[in-house]
Design a protein around this ligand. Structure first.
Ligand code: UDP
Length: 244
């Protein structure tokens, strides 16, 4: 953030970004529901060069028992990045960043999941980032929603996520790693399209009030595109091709 690489052209004179996209164009997104035999629900997502696998387990007994809640179920999320998922090997020990992202994904999913139907139990969401290229929290949140639905967990809606941002004084959709590193702002947005509710909103960088509003709008519109692909992944598995 903040122009670390001043020589990189993030937006050329024709309005084309460093990876060839237009300002409002998301990266290629592929979502597959299911795939993990031993999980209750699972999903795999490719979001540009991000590759992420999610396994969901539960509702199941909570150990240790004192962590359970007699009134409601609990959601536990672990976001984990493989050491080989980034250019410079990541140390295997859980980083502060992984702990933070686990927390924000959990809090972004909680409004969607009907945990009150499963008192004393836990639903565990394991996120494995196999390859990272900027925007892993959004891609992971998107895949986690599909994996929860695949597990048959009752939900109010799915959370779709994508980042908006700012490069070369221009608001863009779907921030890649270079744009995150050298751009002016990165705003991950998680949104439940049917309920019209935002469940994740973070901002790294500086925006004017007008830019802030535009970023939220662009992010929400992007989430609606992602949502269609989430639904397609589930219909492909349960009603069409891709079942397993
Ligand atoms: N990254 C990295 N090494 C790390 C952590 C992150 O190279 O130890 C890269 C990775 O490509 C990631 C990007 O930095 O996607 C941006 O990370 P950020 O913390 O902004 O989260 P994200 O955008 O992935 O949600």
């Amino acid at each position: 953030m903040g122009g670390r690489d001043a020589t990189m052209v993030l937006l050329d004179e024709n309005g084309i970004r460093c990876d060839g996209r237009k300002i409002d164009e998301p990266r290629r997104i592929m979502i597959k529901a299911g795939g993990l035999k031993n999980a209750d629900g699972s999903a795999y997502i490719e979001f540009g060069n991000n590759k992420i696998l999610v396994g969901v387990f539960g509702p199941r007994d909570v150990h240790p028992k004192h962590m359970s809640n007699t009134d409601t179920g609990i959601l536990r999320v672990r976001y984990h990045m493989e050491p080989f998922s980034v250019d410079e090997r990541k140390r295997p020990a859980p980083s502060r960043r992984e702990i933070e992202i686990s927390k924000v994904i959990k809090e972004a999913l909680e409004p969607a999941v009907m945990l009150e139907k499963f008192p004393r139990t836990a639903v565990d969401v394991f996120i494995e980032v196999l390859q990272a290229d900027g925007g892993t929290r959004c891609a992971a949140l998107t895949a986690a929603s599909v994996a929860l639905a695949d597990a048959g967990i009752p939900m109010r809606d799915m959370v779709a996520a994508i980042a908006a941002g700012k490069v070369a004084d221009t608001i863009i959709l779907d921030v890649n790693n270079e744009e995150d590193q050298a751009g002016q702002a990165d705003m991950p947005v998680g949104y439940m399209p049917s309920l019209e509710k935002i469940t994740l909103l973070q901002l790294d960088g500086v925006l004017t009030p007008e830019e802030y509003k535009k970023c939220v709008d662009v992010g929400v519109q992007g989430c609606k595109v992602v949502y269609e692909l989430q639904k397609k992944a589930l219909t492909d598995k349960y009603f069409g091709k891709g079942g397993d």
